[in-house]
Design a protein around this ligand. Structure first.
Ligand SMILES: O=C(O)CCC(=O)C(=O)O
Ligand SMILES: [Fe+2]
Length: 241
């Protein structure tokens, strides 16, 4: 029996402990898969994304955001720090990614792990994200984030011990999977630095887009509504109210 057959034949409480446990990780529950998608898939993905409307930079529903975002499935308000609206099913152009997450056994097709939300973030040079932990009250135990276009560094800092830090290079087309300790016990952040250094190599920051998939586990439909951005993409499975 090969290693992967052995892993597949065992039963695990969460998928991330099976296939992914064979990958190296500096933090318990954190996995990085390079070349998760091909260059052609990356090209098609960014074209689909850029056909849709971006919010942020003065544009609702999160006008106060300095960087641009697109929200699918559910809309998250950064100001209120909660999910404010159910936007319906995810658009078709994201389907192949979720299919691959399941095929590769990075997630299970369960209510806790099946992604029902995707936030697309755009970072221009000089833009980053402050240290944070994705809310455990709102989002499920597995968070998957696909990077496209350019590289950046992401820093994981332990909530109780800031000297416990790991810096990880996110290359374009790589997938970061955050589970267990990495998802709950650490903050993650991306700096605004225009130039970063990794193992002596210079990383010149440029437009980067990330697609973060999460599972909303706690959403009250009676929350106050907010104006939302839509998608111009001609896609039958996008249901905007
Ligand atoms: O852009 C990324 O890779 C990380 C995004 C993120 O941490 C978030 O949206 O919570
Ligand atoms: Fe995050």
């Amino acid at each position: 029996m090969t290693t992967s057959e052995q892993l597949n034949s065992q039963s695990f409480p969460t998928t991330s402990q099976s296939y992914l446990s064979s990958l190296n990780s500096p933090i318990d529950g954190l996995f990085l898969i390079d070349d998760f998608i091909s260059e052609q898939e990356e090209f098609e993905l960014i074209n689909s994304i850029d056909l849709c409307e971006w919010s942020g930079n003065g544009i609702p529903p999160n006008p106060e955001m300095r960087r641009r975002t697109q929200h699918y499935g559910y809309e998250f308000s950064y100001r209120y720090r909660k999910v404010v609206q159910n936007l319906g099913v995810l658009p078709n152009f994201l389907d192949f990614l979720i299919k691959r997450f399941i095929e590769k056994k990075f997630i299970q097709s369960t209510e806790q792990e099946y992604p029902n939300m995707c936030i697309i973030n755009e970072y221009q040079a000089g833009q980053g994200i402050m240290p944070h932990t994705d809310s455990p009250e709102i989002f499920g135990p597995v968070i998957l984030s696909l990077s496209i276009l350019t590289s950046c560094l992401i820093t994981f800092t332990h909530i109780q011990d800031s000297s416990n830090q790991s810096i990880i290079l996110l290359k374009p087309r790589s997938l970061l999977v955050m589970t267990k300790s990495s998802r709950f016990d650490y903050k993650h952040s991306i700096s605004k630095d225009a130039i970063e250094y990794y193992n002596g190599e210079e990383i010149k920051r440029d437009r980067r887009v990330s697609l973060t998939f999460r599972t909303i586990v706690n959403f009250n439909e009676n929350n106050e509504n907010m104006e939302k951005g839509g998608c111009k993409f001609n896609n039958n499975s996008v249901h905007y109210k």
